[in-house]
Design a protein around this ligand. Structure first.
Ligand code: TPP
Ligand code: MG
Length: 356
C-alpha cells in the first residue's frame, strides 16, 4: 500500500506527480485473462441465480416496453450477464461501479432492488430517480453505483475521477468504469487513461466488447480492434478475457483489482462478449445475420455454460434449476407488478432535481 500513499500525497499537493520514477518498471505485467476461477457448488449456484435474475429482468423490461409501459430509451444487457456478474464477485465493499446506458444488469449486480429499477423504467415515484431519470439515469450512493450515463464514454472520466477521490482519501477502494467498444474510440477515454496512469489511480477500465456500436461492427469502426492493447502508449497493462465465461471474468477481475488496489495504477480488461438483442428497443438488427446470433446463443451462452456444469457434475438436478428459475421469475414478476401499480411522481416534482 505504500506507493499508493506516497503518490497520493504528492498529487494532493500538486494535482499531479512529477515523479521521475521509471514507468517502464511496470513491464512485468500481471498474467490476467487466461485463468479461470474454480467455483464450488455454492458459487456456481450463486452465479446461475444472479445471471438468471438479470436475464429475466431484461426480458420483462423488453415486454413492458413493447406494451407501452416504458418510454424513452431502453438498452438490454441480455447475453452480457457474465461480465458484470463475474466482476461483482471479485469486488470488495466500497469499490464503485460506473457504466453507460446498458446499465440494468450492473444495477442488479450491485444489489439495487429490482422493484426500484423497474419502477424507474416505468417512470414512477418509487424509482431510483423518482421516475424522472428512466433507463439510462439511475444511481445509488448506498450501493456505490454511480450511473447510468447516456453520453457515450462520459462515464470514463467520471469513473477516473472517482478513482482520484479514492486515492485522495486513501480509502483503499477501486473504481470500475465500464464502457463499450464504440466508446473506446473516444478522445476522453485516452485523456482518462493518461491521467489514471500518470497519477497511478485505482481504476479498472472494463471494455465490454460486444462486437457492435449501434449498427457498426468493431472492424468497420476501429483501426486497432484489440482493445486490451489500447493502453500500451500509456503503459497501462491490458488483458483480453472470455466475457461469456463468468469464471474467467472473476479470475481476471480479482487479479486486476489486486493490482490497482496495491497502488500500481489502472488496468484495462477487454471482455469479449455479445449482445443478443438489438442496440436498443427500436433496432431491428439488420447489420448481422440471425445465424451469428444463434451461434453465440447455442455455443457460448453464459448462463447455459453454468447450467451444463451444474448438471454434469451432479451439483444440481433439472428440478432444482427450475425451482431457481421460478424463484427468479417471481422476483421479476413482483417488480413488474409494482412498477405498473405504484404512483407516478406528483406534478410538483416537475420542478425538482433539475437545472434550468
Ligand atoms: C457522445 C455520444 N455520441 C453518440 C451517441 C449515440 N450513441 C448511443 S449508443 C452508441 C454506440 C455505442 O456503442 P458501444 O460503446 O459499443 O456500447 P454498446 O451499445 O455496444 O453497449 C452511440 C453512437 C451518444 N449517446 N453519445
Ligand atoms: Mg458495443
Amino acid at each position: 500500500m505504500a506507493p499508493r500513499k506516497s503518490a497520493a500525497s504528492s498529487s494532493r499537493r500538486t494535482g499531479a506527480t512529477n515523479s521521475t520514477k521509471s514507468r517502464s518498471a511496470k513491464t512485468a505485467k500481471p498474467a490476467i485473462g487466461a485463468q479461470v476461477a474454480e467455483f464450488d457448488r455454492e458459487q456456481e449456484l450463486e452465479v446461475y441465480r444472479e445471471m438468471l435474475l438479470i436475464r429475466r429482468f431484461e426480458e420483462k423490461a423488453g415486454q413492458l416496453y413493447g406494451m407501452g409501459f416504458i418510454g424513452g430509451f431502453c438498452h438490454l444487457y441480455i447475453g452480457q450477464e457474465a461480465v458484470v456478474t463475474g466482476i461483482q464477485l471479485a469486488m470488495k465493499d466500497g469499490d464503485q461501479l460506473i457504466t453507460g446506458y446498458r446499465d440494468h444488469g450492473h444495477m442488479l449486480a450491485a444489489g439495487m432492488s429490482p422493484r426500484g429499477v423497474m419502477a424507474e423504467l416505468t417512470g414512477r415515484q418509487a424509482g431510483y430517480s423518482r421516475g424522472k431519470g428512466g433507463s439510462m439515469h439511475m444511481f445509488s450512493r448506498e450501493k456505490n453505483f454511480y450511473g447510468g450515463h447516456g453520453i457515450v464514454g462520459a462515464q470514463v472520466p467520471l469513473g477516473t475521477g472517482v478513482a482520484f477521490a479514492n486515492r485522495y482519501r486513501d480509502n483503499g477502494n477501486v473504481s470500475l468504469a465500464f464502457f463499450g467498444d464504440g466508446a473506446a474510440n473516444q478522445g476522453q477515454v485516452y485523456e482518462s487513461f493518461n491521467m489514471a496512469e500518470l497519477w497511478q489511480l485505482p481504476v479498472i477500465f472494463v471494455v465490454e466488447n460486444n462486437r457492435y456500436a449501434m449498427g457498426t461492427s468493431v472492424s468497420r469502426a476501429s483501426a486497432q480492434t484489440d482493445f486490451s492493447q489500447r493502453g500500451v502508449s500509456f503503459n497501462i497493462p491490458g488483458h483480453k478475457v472470455d466475457g461469456m465465461d463468468v469464471r474467467a471474468v472473476k479470475a481476471a477481475a480479482l487479479s486486476a483489482l489486486d493490482y490497482a488496489r496495491s497502488g500500481k495504477g489502472p488496468v484495462i480488461l477487454e471482455m469479449m462478449t455479445y449482445r443478443y438483442r438489438g442496440h436498443s428497443m427500436s433496432d431491428p438488427a439488420k447489420y448481422r445475420t440471425k445465424d451469428e446470433v444463434q451461434k453465440m446463443r447455442s455455443e457460448h451462452d453464459p448462463i447455459e455454460q453454468v447450467k451444463v456444469r451444474l448438471l454434469e457434475k451432479g451439483w444440481a438436478s433439472e428440478e432444482e434449476l427450475k425451482a431457481i428459475d421460478k424463484e427468479v421469475r417471481d422476483i421479476v414478476a413482483d417488480s413488474a407488478e409494482f412498477a405498473q401499480t405504484t404512483p407516478e411522481p406528483d406534478p410538483s416534482e416537475l420542478y425538482t432535481d433539475i437545472v434550468l
